[in-house]
Design a binder for this molecule. Structure first.
Ligand SMILES: [Zn+2]
Length: 232
């Protein structure tokens, strides 16, 4: 598979998870995106104490901090390095299916990262930044392979012709194969903003999604530095 596991190219840099809201004040494990697939995670126990979250079956406790592979996408198209054509995306999802990977939801990914457990040994998180309208192309592929992806929305861009509308987001969410996280309001370089401006970008985008998609929205921010500050 030509595409790298860590896929650090992207909007601005590595997408780092902010446990925004429920887990905001919780101490988080070191969960850097790693170059090694999840099969290297070692299981310490098969009957785990991840009892805080109800689940149909127990998750596996890891011996070492979770290495969660995140495949980061943007536009499903061709034309530059940030774009991945639909055919290539389908090949990559087929690869994951053939090799037994489970694609996590945002809730599952946060659970995995905060409890150091996994639903199965091979896990991966599929994310698409910026919520381009062409992201609709992935739904049939996800359905075909019974997979899930997370789209990170720039809430101030939903009126733009090349971005998903709210109605389109609702349709994708209703499929059960896609969930939505926040990717700020205006996609600004957060590290260049004041603390007040940063808070506005983070909270306003979360509120927008919370109210319109009826959810407790999590945030994927493009800036590692900001993440470090907010989570430290
Ligand atoms: Zn972005």
């Amino acid at each position: 598979m030509r595409r790298k596991w860590w896929l650090l190219g992207g909007c601005l840099a590595l997408a780092a998870l902010l446990v925004w809201g429920i887990n905001r004040s919780q101490e988080r494990p070191n969960h850097n995106v790693q170059s090694h697939p999840a099969q290297e995670n070692e299981i310490s126990s098969h009957d785990v104490s991840a009892t805080q979250v109800k689940a149909p079956k127990p998750w596996l406790k890891l011996k070492h901090p979770l290495k969660l592979p995140i495949l980061m996408y943007h536009s499903i198209a061709s034309g530059n390095q940030l774009r991945v054509p639909k055919k290539q995306f389908a090949h990559e999802m087929a690869y994951l299916k053939q090799h037994g990977y489970q694609t996590l939801t945002t809730t599952q990914a946060i659970r995995a990262l905060t409890t150091n457990t996994v639903p199965q040994k091979k896990v991966v998180w599929i994310t698409l930044d910026d919520a381009y309208k062409d992201n609709r192309k992935i739904l049939p592929i996800l359905k075909k392979y019974h997979q899930h992806a997370t789209i990170n929305v720039i809430t101030g861009f939903t009126h733009k012709s090349n971005h998903l509308t709210l109605a389109e987001m609702k349709q994708l969410k209703d499929s059960g194969h896609i969930d939505f996280a926040s990717h700020t309001v205006q996609h600004l370089n957060l590290d260049s903003l004041t603390a007040t401006e940063q808070k506005q970008e983070l909270t306003a985008s979360k509120t927008w999604l919370d109210q319109r998609l009826q959810q407790d929205t999590k945030m994927l921010t493009p800036l590692v530095a900001l993440t470090r500050r907010l989570t430290s």
